[in-house]
Design a protein around this ligand. Structure first.
Ligand code: FRU
Length: 516
């Protein structure tokens, strides 16, 4: 008996302590893990790759290094989802081989079996990706990146590399990567767009294997602060009309509008050989610091017809040193793109995919209708603020000096501020006091985007997760994605208006819950 009591006295505290330590470790390991944005279970992730829809599943492959939480020899990680929000992790799809690491690329379904790698009944899922060969690079060669191919006959579960890789050899260009393939129904050919230095190149093929260079695009057009990466060329109908245009997305690093990585786009025409932009203006798909290397899903059924875009929610300025422990980086929310035409110019809008409504749990309508100072509205929100969606309609104050918006805060006086500056006609996110910011000099920033009011009105759709804020302003015409790392979760929300009174006809907040 005595022995049992002694054992209990000694072992119970030990086991309680070890449970607590274990729990604490899990909490620290998973701090900042988003609840409805995609993250790898562990280790390093960057660009989305091989976005393709097949047989009821959205496939998400991604740049993955399974041995550390920093960038390293690249693999393709893999996950699938039926609704773009709930993801099932699958085994690594592509491993590095004697030709090199597996860099970014795309995937398509070869429905007509043009490659001969599958059958019409069971078409191949074909991945075209960049190889990066570090040994060749070390040897002084410029030709260390080239495009390879792999295919799967079982819905992306297992992959065979094409025996005669590479399919697009390097012509002597140092940065030669990130192939994105589409089927061009107009000319009945596959078109491959890739990044070549600070330009893009277009190739055509009838079988996904033999590629012919058609043209290059980008010399002296667009932003050139850094190398061009991860292009994506696709046709789009202009919203509300039958007019067809071509959109070319090009990521650039560095040289983004708020520093570091960002994605620009061009609108124009593509005749199967050449892309001609309508103008030379530089446009950004997202002005935030944290939406990079985004591309769109292939093979979305025509009954659905959406062009769905996914970006990596980080920035090469600090991606490898953000303060997460078990994994690094999340994807942004998948977005539906639309092309709108106003005053003869085309704008690409992005809005969260409609599936987000499926995970809306509780909601509240905030009764505050006017603000001329700072007003704490926390008491109206009976749920945690770390996974919410907001829809906010604001009529700006009359003075041009008026500045307004909202703040998230916590018990240790950290705050994230988002708002609109009438004087500068800018949307902004101030994360200078948002929490952990000192891991990089480029992190604590006031991030800005040009944005016009309509009838003095600003319409915001906002998604907040554990460590990110995505703002879709004016129905997706101005978008900003930014990450943050508070030392304690934000548990306060307030509205503010400086130099004027704003009217708030609508402010609704939902709690998002992925278990729905
Ligand atoms: C973009 C990028 C791509 C490249 C990949 C390597 O973030 O640099 O150009 O293929 O990441 O991981």
């Amino acid at each position: 008996m005595k022995k049992i009591i002694i054992n209990l006295l000694v072992l119970l505290p030990v086991s309680i302590f070890s449970c607590w330590a274990q729990e604490n470790k899990i909490q620290i390991q998973d701090q900042y893990r988003p609840s409805y944005h995609f993250t790898p279970a562990a280790h390093w992730m960057n660009d989305p790759n091989g976005l393709v829809y097949y047989d009821g599943e959205y496939h998400l492959f991604y740049q993955y290094y399974p041995d550390a939480t920093v960038w390293g020899p690249m693999h393709w990680g893999h996950a699938v989802s039926k609704d773009l929000l709930h993801w099932e992790h699958l085994p690594i799809a592509l491993y590095p081989d004697s030709l090199g690491f597996i860099f970014s690329g795309s995937a398509v379904i070869d429905k007509d079996n043009t490659s001969g790698l599958g059958t019409k009944k069971n078409p191949a899922m074909v991945a075209i990706f960049a190889y990066d060969n570090p040994l060749l690079e070390k040897s002084g060669s410029n030709k260390f990146q080239y495009q390879g191919m792999a295919y799967s006959l079982d819905k992306g579960r297992t992959w065979t590399k094409y025996a005669k890789n590479p399919v697009v050899p390097n012509p002597g260009i140092r940065d030669f990567r990130d192939p994105k393939v589409i089927w061009d129904a107009q000319i009945n050919k596959w078109i491959l767009t890739l990044a070549a230095g600070d330009q893009t190149q277009f190739y055509s093929s009838s079988n996904l294997i033999n590629w012919k260079l058609e043209s290059s695009f980008g010399k002296s057009i667009g932003a050139h602060g850094g190398v061009w990466e991860c292009p994506d060329l696709f046709p789009m109908k202009v919203k509300g009309s039958n007019e067809k245009k071509w959109v070319l997305l090009v990521s650039i690093n560095p040289g983004g509008p708020n520093g570091g990585s960002a994605t620009q786009y061009f609108v124009g025409n593509f005749d199967g050989h050449q892309f001609k932009p309508d103008d030379t203006q530089t446009r950004w798909i997202d002005y935030g610091k944290d939406n990079y290397a985004g591309v769109t899903w292939s093979d979305i059924p025509s009954t659905d017809g959406r062009r769905i875009f996914l970006g990596w929610m980080s920035n090469w300025q600090y991606a490898t040193i953000v303060p997460t422990v078990k994994w690094r980086s999340a994807m942004a929310i998948p977005r539906e793109l639309s092309l709108i035409k106003e005053n003869n110019t085309y704008t690409l809008t992005s809005n969260p995919v409609r599936e987000i409504a499926k995970i809306r749990a509780h909601s509240v309508q905030i009764p505050v209708k006017q603000i001329n100072t700072i007003t704490d509205i926390t008491k109206f929100v009976p749920f945690k603020l770390n996974k919410i969606e907001l829809v906010l309609l604001c009529k700006a104050g009359k003075s041009a000096e008026n500045k307004f918006g909202f703040k998230l805060g916590n018990d240790v006086n950290e705050e994230l501020v988002a708002g609109y500056d009438q004087n500068k006609k800018q949307l902004f996110v101030d994360r200078t006091k948002s929490g952990r910011t000192d891991f990089s000099k480029d992190f604590p920033a006031i991030i800005k985007a040009p944005c016009e009011l309509y009838n003095q009105t600003l319409e915001l759709h906002i998604l907040i997760d554990e460590a990110s804020i995505e703002i879709f302003a004016q129905q997706g015409k101005t978008v900003m994605t930014n990450i943050f790392f508070p030392t304690k979760p934000y548990n306060k929300i307030s509205l503010f208006s400086e130099n004027g009174t704003i009217e708030i006809p609508n402010l609704k907040i939902w709690q998002l819950n992925k278990s729905m």
